[in-house]
Design a protein around this ligand. Structure first.
Ligand code: GUN
Length: 291
């Protein structure tokens, strides 16, 4: 069965829009998200555009700051500082990846943790690890909610996460093992050095794949009836008008045949990621106005 991220995201957007209507009716300003995009990466441009469109849909204000590839780290940090000090802005994201001459770590650590709606700052990652209230990074947050909305039982289950990135794999593993719902899983993290990967993935009740390698996981690696969450979305060259097709990290046809639930690509995790970002921006606004 499909886990329809797009449909679920559309439903949640309606719910957020109602909350924003309430906020504005109270006389407060709408939540405001700022995105900084450095350079010309095609996929990043699409992601940022989708985030802006989502803001419009739920009634947020949004500002896109586009900076050239040649921007120095100092210039970017100075822009971040300006936004950190602007009370009219609730959330700030700097789209990754950044040009090689800019340190992603310096940039993510320069964002005020109170505006870090990506949840990439050490303070927010630390809080997440300790089970404290924080901004959960958008992709894991979206996945948790998708599992929740489809009432997928996680307690006591074995969750296998492939990928240990700071953005997806690691926070995902922490969330799935936390005391809570969704959560309470026994979690295994796999990565490039994992031996006997297939033996491990076949033990997964919930398999979350975030490796960025198209069709890395095939149906024969999946246990009958497992829930499969495909985080990958890679542009693969193709002979069509756009010049590419989007591929997940899971070979969909063979995986769908054996899985219980599976997310499609596109239309699965992607739209839920944007929801996570919208909810974090709303939360930041609430923190500011309601304490
Ligand atoms: N690049 C890929 N995913 C993300 C994300 O969730 N946030 C930001 N800022 N950049 C990304």
């Amino acid at each position: 069965m499909l886990l329809k991220g797009k449909e679920t995201a559309d439903q949640i957007k309606i719910e957020i829009a109602k909350e924003v209507e309430g906020i504005v009716n109270k006389g407060q300003r709408a939540p405001h998200l700022v995105a900084i995009l450095v350079g010309e990466d095609g996929a990043s441009k699409t992601y940022v555009k989708n985030k802006e469109l989502a803001c419009q849909k739920v009634g947020f204000s949004s500002t896109l700051i586009r900076l050239p590839e040649s921007t120095t780290e100092e210039e970017l940090l100075s822009k971040i500082d300006e936004i950190n000090n602007n009370d009219e802005i609730d959330g700030l994201i700097v789209q990754l990846p950044l040009p090689k001459h800019i340190s992603e770590n310096n940039v993510t650590q320069a964002i005020d943790p109170a505006k870090d709606v990506d949840g990439f700052h050490d303070v927010n990652i630390g809080k997440l690890t300790k089970g404290q209230d924080t901004f959960i990074s958008a992709t894991p947050y979206g996945i948790i909610q998708l599992l929740d909305r489809y009432n997928i039982e996680t307690k006591g289950k074995h969750c296998v996460v492939i990928g240990r990135s700071n953005i997806v794999g690691r926070p995902m593993s922490i969330l799935m093992s936390r005391s809570g719902n969704p959560g309470n899983c026994t979690v295994t993290i796999c990565h490039r050095h994992t031996q006997n990967l297939e033996t491990i993935t076949k033990m997964a009740d919930i398999l979350i794949v975030a490796v960025g390698i198209p069709e890395f996981v095939t149906g024969d690696m999946i246990k009958e009836g497992a829930t499969v969450i495909d985080v990958g979305i890679t542009r693969v060259d193709a002979d069509n008008k756009r010049g590419y097709v989007l591929k997940g990290d899971v070979e969909f046809e063979s995986a769908e045949a054996v899985s219980g639930y599976i997310t499609p690509v596109p239309g699965g995790v992607g739209p839920m990621t944007i929801i996570g970002l919208m909810q974090n921006t709303l939360k930041s606004h609430q923190n500011k106005f309601n304490g």
